[in-house]
Design a protein around this ligand. Structure first.
Ligand code: ZN
Length: 407
């Protein structure tokens, strides 16, 4: 048989990752980007962490995991543990009994059977209708005025200052970003606001309060919670065949006191944090981070920065943003939002999922964007507490030395 190129492209055009994953895996939940499945390559806990990005037809596990992610061939090969040398034939057999392969290579039935080693009856993925990527729509309108922000802000003095000082922020920076404290949920509050209004409140766990609260609930309660988690893990392990890990105190802590919560359902609008930075004339550069604290840290050091805190919800290039202010609504794309900026530095967290997310942002923002990450430490705020930002960015001089009166 002469050498022919395997029709990878044809297969990927015909079979969507979402459909293929659906035949193999347990679905946990869907979101605007695709779906999360329970990962068969490690023991997932309460939530499925294996994410299918539908528009990119890509799968990736957001937990530390042996599976590196990839396309439908990568998924099938890993799932069935196919021999890497012949995996593409095995994948073709699984996907459509080698139908596309037969057409591409113009094989007789006998030849196809030989190629697939006589076994081509296991096809089981239905081809779904041809995919049309429709742009998503974002309605950007602040759901809150400044009243609640002021209430939280007034609590800063009593409850919040020490925490933020410990993270390297100055008092002036805290005031500038209207940081506060929610005495109801016992959380530090970072409001996402601009001159138009408040888009949402991110609430960060007050570790000290949460630890004390956990102790106060007592051992019986703690053991009860552990039992609950253990049962769920056993259930999962029956499906995955992987050894369940016994729950720890820390597992309970993380479950009961999640590190971050946003406003109650539908109360918040996901939008660019510190957006006002982009509205005051031309900028030579701006840093785009995925955490408010990183942006605040950069701003304090004199580097203009904005944050988009949800990797999953970052707009794609074609998505439509309806930006609403003063009763008007204008239609934008994400690139328009950055139109006054010459260069965008996309800050990636120093881990694999951070890098993957940064690449998606880079694709959405186009040619004047570049990915950077700190040489050590996981994120900018961590880095900044050990090193000077200038050590990391010698070629990018701070641009706000004279600007932020608060820094
Ligand atoms: Zn995994």
């Amino acid at each position: 048989m002469q050498h022919r190129e395997f029709p990878f492209k044809e297969y990927k055009q015909h079979f969507r990752m979402l459909d293929v994953a659906d035949t193999l895996l347990d679905l946990d939940r869907t979101d605007s980007t695709g779906a999360f499945f329970f990962c068969p390559f490690h023991v997932d806990g309460e939530n499925g962490n294996l994410h299918v990005h539908d528009a990119e037809d890509h799968i990736k596990c957001f937990s530390p995991c042996q599976f590196e992610g990839g396309d439908i061939f990568d998924l099938l090969t890993a799932y069935f543990n196919f021999d890497p040398d012949t995996a593409h034939y095995d994948c073709a057999r699984y996907l459509d009994g080698g139908h596309l392969l037969q057409a591409a290579w113009q094989l007789s039935n006998d030849d196809l059977a030989r190629v697939l080693r006589n076994d081509f009856k296991t096809a089981c993925v239905k081809k779904s209708a041809t995919r049309v990527i429709r742009p998503k729509e974002f309605i950007i309108k602040p759901p809150h005025d400044f009243k609640q922000l002021r209430v939280y802000e007034a609590n800063l003095e009593q409850y919040g200052v020490d925490y933020w000082l410990g993270r390297g922020l100055t008092y002036e920076t805290m005031r500038h970003f209207h940081l506060g404290y929610d005495t109801e949920t016992h959380r530090h509050v970072i409001p996402n606001c601009n001159h138009v209004g408040v888009y949402g409140f991110k609430r960060r766990r007050d570790d000290e309060w949460a630890r004390a609260d956990l102790r106060q609930r007592g051992m019986a309660w703690l053991n009860d919670m552990k039992n609950g988690i253990w049962l769920r893990r056993l259930e999962r392990s029956e499906k995955t065949g992987l050894e369940p890990a016994p729950p720890t105190d820390d597992d309970v802590f993380k479950k009961v006191y999640p590190k971050f919560i946003w406003g109650r359902a539908q109360e918040d609008t996901m939008w660019l944090f510190n957006e006002d930075r982009l509205l005051n004339g031309k900028l030579l550069y701006v840093f785009l981070t995925s955490a408010e604290v990183d942006t605040i840290t950069l701003e304090q050091a004199g580097y203009p920065s904005v944050a988009w805190a949800s990797d999953a919800q970052f707009p794609d290039q074609q998505d439509i943003i309806y930006y609403t202010f003063q009763g008007k609504s204008i239609k934008l794309h994400i690139r328009d939002v950055f139109r006054n900026v010459r260069q965008i530095y996309i800050v990636a967290d120093n881990d694999e999922s951070g890098l993957a997310a940064a690449h998606r942002r880079c694709a959405a923002l186009g040619r004047n964007s570049e990915i950077v990450s700190t040489p050590t430490e996981k994120d900018v705020n961590d880095y900044c507490r050990q090193h000077a930002i200038a050590d990391w960015l010698p070629h990018v001089p701070p641009a706000l030395w004279s600007k932020p009166a608060y820094a």
